[in-house]
Write a protein that binds this ligand. Structure first.
Ligand code: SF4
Length: 389
C-alpha cells in the first residue's frame, strides 16, 4: 500500500479546517503573474461544478465539522458571471461555517459593479480583497494590469458607498521605474479610503513571466529599498505590520492567512488549489493539477492530485519558515507541543548568534525576528537549515 494512501486515511478527523477555493480564470493575464489562471472561459461552468463536488467530497471524507475561514482566490473569482458566482456562494453558505467565519473573496477593480457588491452583501462573504496594485497609470502599464488610476479610484469610491464588510487592498512596490515617492503616493491614496487591511508586496520577477523576460538582463531594475521605505510609511500611517508584507488596523489581521502561517489545516479545492492537512506525523499536502482538462478528467477523492508528506526536519523547517514571517513570531509552547522538543534545543547556535546581533528577540514564550531580522529571513532560514542537517 503506498505510504501516501496510509497517510490519507490518517487525515480523517481533521474536524476543523479552513477552505481555499481556487478560481483559475482571469479576464487578462498580468505580466508579472505566475499563478495558475487562464483567460479562456469556455470550461468555467464545468470546472466550478467539479470544484464544488471536490469540496463536498473532502468535507465528507475528512470529517470536517467546522470551517473557521474561507478564501476564494485565483485567478479572479469575480470574473465568474454573477449567476455562477451566486451558485458558488450559495453552496459555500451551506457548508459548516463557524458562526463568525471570515469569508474573503478576491476581486479586481474592473470587475466591481453595484450588482456584484449586492450579491456579495447578501452572501456569506464578509471580506473583500481588492487587487489595486498601484494608482499610477505608468506602473499599472508596466505590470500589464488592465485598469488605470481612474478605474481603481472610482471602484474604490463605489465600494466605500456600497460595501459594509471588511476591505483589504493589495499593493505592489519596487516595480521597475517606480520611485520611493511614487510608492508612498500609492500608499497615501490607498490609506485615504481607510481599508481595514493592506498587503504591500515587493515585486519579484517570477521565472517565465513576460516581466521577468523584459528585465532578464537588468535585475537591478528592482530596488528593494523602495519597498522597505514604503512599508515604513505604511506603518507610520497607522497600519500595524503583523507579517512580512501584511499590515492591518487593530483587530483586522487576516484570520485565513494567519492560519496558513501557523500551518493550521486547510483544504484547497479547484484546479491548482493546494490542501495542507495534519496526518499525525506531520503535514500532508495535496496539490490539485494546474490544468483544467486534467482536473476535469480526474476521478476519485483526489481528482489526480499530487500528494506529499512533510515530516521530520522538513516539517520543522516549514514551521520556522512560515511562523517567523509573522512579527509576533512563534510560540515556544506551540513548538514544543508540535515537535516534543524545545526550539532552543533544535537550533541553539542560530538562535544565540542572531540574538547577539539583535536580529532575533526572545520573550518568555515567544521567539521572533526583529524588524531588521525580518529583512534577512531567508538568511536565518539557511542558518537554521544547516543546523538542522
Ligand atoms: S488578475 Fe491576478 S491572478 Fe489574474 S493574471 Fe493578474 S495577477 Fe494573476
Amino acid at each position: 500500500m503506498p505510504k501516501s494512501y496510509t497517510a490519507l486515511k490518517a487525515l480523517k478527523n481533521n474536524s476543523e479546517a479552513s477552505l481555499y477555493i481556487h478560481i483559475p480564470f482571469c479576464n487578462s493575464k498580468c505580466s508579472y503573474c505566475d499563478f495558475f489562471s487562464v483567460t479562456d472561459h469556455s470550461l468555467m461552468s464545468r470546472v466550478l461544478d467539479k470544484t464544488m463536488e471536490q469540496i463536498a467530497g473532502y468535507i465528507d471524507y475528512f470529517g470536517i465539522k467546522s470551517i473557521p475561514t474561507v478564501y476564494i482566490g485565483g485567478g479572479t473569482p469575480t470574473s465568474l458571471p454573477l449567476t455562477l458566482l451566486e451558485k458558488l456562494l450559495t453552496f459555500v453558505g451551506k457548508l459548516p461555517l463557524e458562526g463568525d467565519a471570515e469569508c474573503t473573496i478576491e476581486a479586481n477593480p474592473e470587475t466591481v459593479t453595484s450588482d456584484l457588491l449586492s450579491l456579495l452583501s447578501g452572501s456569506c462573504i464578509n471580506r473583500l480583497s481588492l487587487g489595486i496594485q498601484s494608482f499610477s497609470n505608468h506602473t499599472l502599464k508596466t505590470l500589464g494590469r488592465h485598469c488605470d488610476f481612474k478605474t481603481n479610484f472610482l471602484k474604490l469610491e463605489l465600494i466605500k458607498t456600497k460595501w459594509q464588510g471588511q476591505l483589504s487592498l493589495d499593493l505592489i512596490s519596487s516595480i521597475p521605474g517606480q520611485s520611493v515617492s511614487d510608492s508612498v503616493e500609492d500608499i497615501d491614496t490607498a490609506v485615504s479610503f481607510k481599508p481595514d487591511h493592506i498587503s504591500l508586496y515587493a515585486l519579484t520577477l517570477e521565472e517565465g513571466t513576460p516581466l521577468a523576460r523584459l528585465f532578464s538582463d537588468n535585475p537591478d531594475a528592482i530596488d528593494d529599498n523602495v519597498w522597505i521605505i514604503a512599508a515604513d510609511h505604511l506603518e507610520v500611517s497607522g497600519y500595524h505590520r503583523y507579517e512580512v508584507s501584511n499590515f492591518a488596523l487593530p483587530g483586522h489581521q487576516s484570520k485565513h492567512n494567519t492560519r496558513y502561517w501557523k500551518l493550521q489545516p486547510y483544504i484547497g479545492a479547484g484546479a491548482g488549489g493546494v490542501s495542507t492537512l495534519h496526518d499525525g506525523e506531520g503535514l500532508f499536502r495535496i496539490a490539485n493539477v494546474p490544468d483544467l482538462e486534467r482536473y476535469l478528467a480526474g476521478s476519485g477523492l483526489l481528482c489526480g492530485a499530487e500528494t506529499e508528506e512533510v515530516t521530520g526536519k522538513s516539517y520543522i523547517f516549514e514551521y520556522l519558515m512560515m511562523g517567523l514571517r509573522m512579527t509576533a513570531g512563534i510560540l515556544k509552547s506551540d513548538f514544543h507541543n508540535t515537535f516534543g522538543r524545545e526550539i532552543a534545543d533544535i537550533i541553539p547556535e542560530t538562535l544565540s548568534n542572531w540574538k547577539e546581533r539583535g536580529l532575533v528577540s526572545e520573550r518568555e514564550n515567544e521567539v521572533a525576528l526583529t524588524k531588521q531580522g525580518l529583512l534577512l529571513l531567508n538568511q536565518f532560514l539557511l542558518d537554521a537549515l544547516s543546523e538542522l542537517e
